[in-house]
Ligand binder design. Structure first.
Ligand code: NAD
Length: 490
């Protein structure tokens, strides 16, 4: 891969410099050495992207009603992406730090998302409604117009395309702002979309800082909806801006998800699943199972297994085949994670595993944190309550099931929860009682394009994915017609 690769603002099918000509350097998180340059978009780029998208929406046949045609373009895009899976995975891994295995999984998920929404593109049906007299009432679904999508850095391509793909399938014109740290795969994908037959101006990508560029996109009068994935803090700001503009906002936000392990759980399977749910993607997952709530009778046995897994995990550059955990995305994020570990120590917690950077001198320049397991924390401590967004597992014991439910739900978040038990009744009882938008029983955090993905409480508003995902990017129009024949005279 060329170290000096450059990525531009992609508007109307043309990739080029930002209006101000500003560029930024992207660092490889495994070494902190530069690996690419990217255009930094700002207000003028936002204006141009929105104008171009609106023009494409009005002047191309994308929105025009032939869902089957859009489906074909999206299927071609899926196929091309699948053919280039290795290249995209290597790029994602290099930019964000995730392992090649994880990045391949991400690209596969995007391929499957495109296929899934393509299947829904020609099924945007309306209804007919009985009304009194000689009248006829029906509804139609129309695309919204220009939709704005703001993505985070932890699953750069997956989380961008999770809302972009259905918005395209519904016939909208899209403006995507990827996270400043991880814009490269989104730009590459937009290049591919052109080749697949998505008309110029229908998919625009403007990299740049959230505050200036993101807000300019939302303030633009042509913006008809926003899909945001990121922190709850910025989510609040997006909701306020959307309220001012009176446009719909889908918000996918943070989490501090509980993993409840009952006394009868298969501890070997549970330990692997729990480790996967907190050390996967180096813990940088909105739905990381970051709070383990385990029955006292199996607590020591489970912690022993988790410690063994944590200590055996092979850290290294994500791009190196066989590496099991890559670096943290940036130096800043690494410091944030290590600060939380320090806070846990100051609070008198026991560090069961990890809790520091690795000793390996080859990893010295990268942003690495060893998989960390913490015990003996007060449930009220910051480490137990705040989203760390790193490979740090806080663990708690319980005796009675109700105690586990209370501990699990004692959080402002409500994104995800998981349960490990062999008892069917307890599993489904907990699925009902846990205050989270998604519950997984006896598996690590897992989703499919056909499964709804959304959080309760401060974890979000609305959901992405699932059967309603394309219709969510449409508006409903009701048409009422009087079909009475003219009265005969005489
Ligand atoms: P972030 O909130 O800092 O940024 C997300 C995106 O918003 C970025 O593109 C950023 O540039 C942009 N942004 C920032 N300020 C903005 C503003 N004022 N107006 C418009 N856009 C703005 O989040 P992050 O650090 O990139 O990602 C980590 C967070 O994302 C974590 O909290 C994580 O839980 C959350 N997340 C949630 C989900 C989910 O599906 N619920 C998935 C992944 C990540």
């Amino acid at each position: 891969m060329a170290a000096e690769a450059t990525y531009g603002v992609l508007i109307g099918g043309v990739e080029g410099a930002s209006a101000a000509g500003e560029t930024g350097e992207l660092l490889d998180p495994a070494t902190n050495r530069p690996f690419a340059r990217v255009a930094v978009g700002a207000e003028e780029d936002a204006r141009r992207a929105m104008e171009t998208a609106q023009r494409a929406f009005e002047s191309t046949d994308w929105a025009g009603g032939d869902g089957a045609k859009r489906a074909k373009a999206l299927l071609r895009l899926a196929q091309r992406l699948e053919e280039q899976q290795e290249e995209f995975a290597a790029l994602e891994s290099h930019n964000m730090g995730k392992t090649l295995r994880e990045a391949r999984g991400d690209v596969g998920f995007v391929v499957r998302t495109l296929e899934y929404v393509a299947g829904l593109a020609d099924k945007l049906e309306g209804t007919t409604i009985p009304v009194p007299g000689s009248r006829f009432n029906y509804t139609v679904r129309e695309p919204l117009g220009v939709t704005v999508h703001i993505a985070p850095w932890n699953f750069p391509l997956v989380l961008a395309m999770r809302s972009v793909a259905p918005a395209l399938a519904a016939g909208n014109a899209v403006v995507l702002k990827p996270a400043s740290l991880t814009p490269v795969t989104a730009i590459r994908l937009a290049r591919l979309a052109r080749e697949a037959g998505v008309p110029d101006g229908i998919l625009n990508v403007v990299p740049g800082p959230g505050g200036r560029l993101g807000e300019a996109l939302l303030r633009d009068p042509r913006c008809r909806s926003v899909s945001f994935t990121g922190s709850s803090e910025v989510g609040r700001r997006i909701a306020a801006l959307a309220a001012e503009r009176l446009i719909p906002a889908t918000l996918e936000l943070g989490g501090k998800s509980p993993v409840v392990v009952l006394a009868d759980a298969d501890l070997d399977r549970a330990a692997r699943g729990i480790a996967n749910g907190i050390f996967g993607n180096a813990g940088q997952m909105c739905w990381a199972g970051s709070r383990l709530i385990v029955h006292d009778s199996v607590r020591a046995a489970l912690l022993e297994r988790l410690k063994a897994i944590a200590e055996a995990t092979r850290l290294g550059p994500g791009t190196e085949e066989g590496v099991e955990m890559g670096p943290i995305v940036s130096r800043e994020q690494e410091s944030r994670v290590l600060d939380y570990v320090r806070l846990a120590r100051d609070d008198g917690a026991t560090i069961v595993a990890g809790g520091a950077k690795p000793d390996d001198p080859r990893l010295r320049d990268g942003n690495f944190v060893r998989p960390t397991v913490v015990a003996d924390l007060a449930p009220s401590s910051r480490v137990a309550r705040e989203e760390i967004f790193g490979p740090v597992l806080a663990t708690f014991g319980f005796r009675e099931l109700e105690e586990a439910v209370a501990l699990a739900n004692d959080t402002p978040y409500g994104l995800f929860a998981s349960v490990w038990t062999r008892d069917l009744a307890s599993a489904h009882h907990l699925a009902r009682r846990l205050d989270a938008g998604m519950v997984v029983l006896n598996d690590p955090p897992l989703t499919f394009p056909q499964s709804p993905f959304g959080g309760f409480k401060e974890s979000g508003v609305g959901a992405e994915q699932g059967i309603g995902t394309v219709a969510a990017y449409t508006r409903q129009k009701s048409v009422l017609a009087n079909v009475a024949l003219p009265k005969k005279k005489g």
